[in-house]
Write a new protein. Structure first.
Lengths: 219, 319
């Protein structure tokens, strides 16, 4: 199994314009002082840059083709396959991860732009033995069918609940100044950047609502 | 994506100078539109200047009683800013009506203004487009034009500017502050910032090569009731078919701008004098000279009805 995975990875790496990757565990870089990385073109002439990320609590340093999105860095270079590539254009939300605590589309940002950042993927939220409350709630409420959008849904929900906690209003908030409560309408509006082709929305909404209620008596 | 070299800018003037000296260079901040287009090779910069490290992420009061919004303030943070929510609610509402939670967390104030004015044919690299390839022709004209512009169009382009935020900025008379490659600061009224397509639809803004937006300044608050109403094909995460940004005063005067109808946020100040007469009188002037197609003539009526709904909403808000 291990061998198979290694083979699959090297085949994939060959396909990405000869962008060989090196990942190693090193001390975290100083995020505040990030000068332009020294350009290190490969023999093929493809411009590369060095980038240090704190991924799920672990310091990782990568030498990447500048074109590498954060999504591809996670999947193809750090072998964190939980984060999914759906549309690769910011339309579906399957690639949602948390960067410095905020949810974003990892397909629409370059890895090199995040030197020193803290990245949390679905693998960093919980483990099979110790599920994150949202992971447990998705299981309990059957918040998926094929499961492809699920990691993005869960990372997005983590970021979304934090936005509600910070008092950030939404398009459907009646008042811009009162604290938002997570009504069903608010939840659907705030999660509109995550598409589920199987249409498990009602169960997804139930799972997120249960965790929101546990966290703060909302909804 | 085509290969590109990458640098992190340390100061705004340095970034502008670096961009001016390199015709293949583009600034990148949020990157949500630029990277999308680079993947399709509609944009193919040979060099990216990352401006995220510039300290342009603050919202500060101005001596004139307005607000200076740093170019890098993210859409989420601008919408949630306490002063914006209180004094410029139309701007908060417009921002919250745009894109998705993930995109708003990443997209910046300057980047929102600089997203490409576009249409589905611009995205289809297999078809001619005067924006992608000047002089190649417009595939939208005579095509499926339900979403396209109805005013300010030309024989070269009928695309619409997709921003909600920019429509609110237009109704608030914001100013776009920039630095040019020679280090000089410039201030561009939002009315002059976006261009109509004319014969050169590939040129979408008044910026000169290398010019970098540093902030957007709002004049002192207008008071009144602020409404942003967006009509779209689904309830969330879709571009406007028509949107209305309005600031309405108790005496019946006010300001109105439209989104989804033109190559830029659409406002005709003279039309606002007709506000006391109602939506029909305003939109008759606002959309005078419109040249809709059979597909998008509905936008004339939709604009009028959306404004009528905004006026009713304001009356209800005013109690």
């Amino acid at each position: 199994m291990h061998c198979q995975q290694d083979l699959a990875i090297s085949r994939r790496d060959l396909l990405i314009a000869g962008a060989a990757s090196t990942a190693s565990v090193v001390p975290a870089a100083d995020a505040a002082a990030a000068p332009t990385p020294a350009p290190s073109p490969l023999a093929s002439g493809v411009p590369m840059s060095k980038v240090s990320l704190q991924v799920n609590g672990q310091a990782r340093t990568l030498e990447l083709d500048n074109r590498t999105t954060l999504l591809d860095a996670l999947r193809e270079h750090l072998q964190l396959f939980g984060t999914k590539k759906g549309c690769d254009h910011g339309l579906c939300g399957a690639c949602t991860v948390l960067v410095d605590g905020r949810r974003l589309n990892s397909c629409l940002t370059l890895a090199v732009m995040h030197d020193g950042a803290k990245v949390t993927t679905i693998e960093g939220l919980g483990t099979p033995e110790r599920l994150h409350p949202l992971q447990a709630a998705f299981v309990k409420h059957d918040g998926y069918q094929c499961g492809y959008c699920t990691p993005g849904q869960i990372c997005s929900a983590v970021g979304m609940l934090d936005e509600v906690k910070r008092g950030i209003p939404s398009h459907v908030s009646a008042s811009l100044t009162e604290r938002p409560l997570l009504s069903a309408e608010e939840l659907r509006e705030r999660m509109s950047g995550n598409i589920c082709r199987c249409g498990a929305y009602s169960n997804i909404a139930e799972a997120i609502t249960e965790v929101a209620q546990q966290q703060g008596g909302q909804a | 994506m085509k290969p590109f070299t990458y640098e992190r800018a340390r100061t705004a003037p340095e970034a502008a100078a670096a961009a001016a000296g390199n015709p293949g260079a583009r600034f990148i901040a949020g990157g949500t539109n630029l990277l999308d287009l680079m993947k399709l090779q509609i944009e193919a910069p040979s060099h990216l200047i990352d401006v995220n490290g510039l300290a342009l992420d603050q919202v500060d009061p101005t001596p004139e009683g307005g607000l200076r919004i740093g170019a890098l303030v993210r859409n989420t943070d601008l919408a949630a800013n306490e002063r914006v929510r209180r004094d410029y609610a139309v701007l908060s509402r417009a921002l919250l009506a745009g894109a998705s939670g993930q995109l708003r967390n990443r997209a910046t104030t300057a980047g929102n203004l600089l997203q490409r004015t576009r249409c589905p044919y611009f995205y289809d690299a297999a078809q001619p487009c005067n924006k992608r390839q000047p002089g190649s022709g417009c595939s939208a004209i005579g095509g499926v034009t339900r979403q396209h512009a109805i005013v300010g169009t030309s024989a070269a382009c009928i695309a619409t500017h997709p921003s909600d935020m920019a429509v609110a900025m237009r109704v608030l008379d914001a100013t776009v502050d920039t630095v040019r490659p020679d280090g000089q600061a410039h201030h561009i009224p939002i009315a002059d910032f976006h261009r109509l397509p004319g014969d050169t639809p590939q040129i979408e803004t008044a910026l000169v090569p290398g010019e970098l937006i540093t902030s957007v300044t709002l004049p002192k608050p207008l008071g009144g009731l602020h409404v942003y109403r967006k009509v779209r094909d689904r309830a969330s995460y879709a571009f406007a078919l028509v949107s209305v940004a309005a600031v309405l005063q108790p005496d019946g005067s006010g300001r109105v701008a439209l989104g989804g109808v033109a190559h830029k946020p659409w406002r005709v100040e003279a039309a606002e004098a007709a506000l006391p007469q109602g939506a029909k009188a305003v939109t008759a002037q606002l959309l005078a000279g419109a040249k809709p197609s059979d597909d998008n003539a509905y936008k004339l009526q939709l604009a009028e009805r959306t404004l009528a709904a905004v006026l009713v909403q304001a009356k209800q808000m005013g109690g």
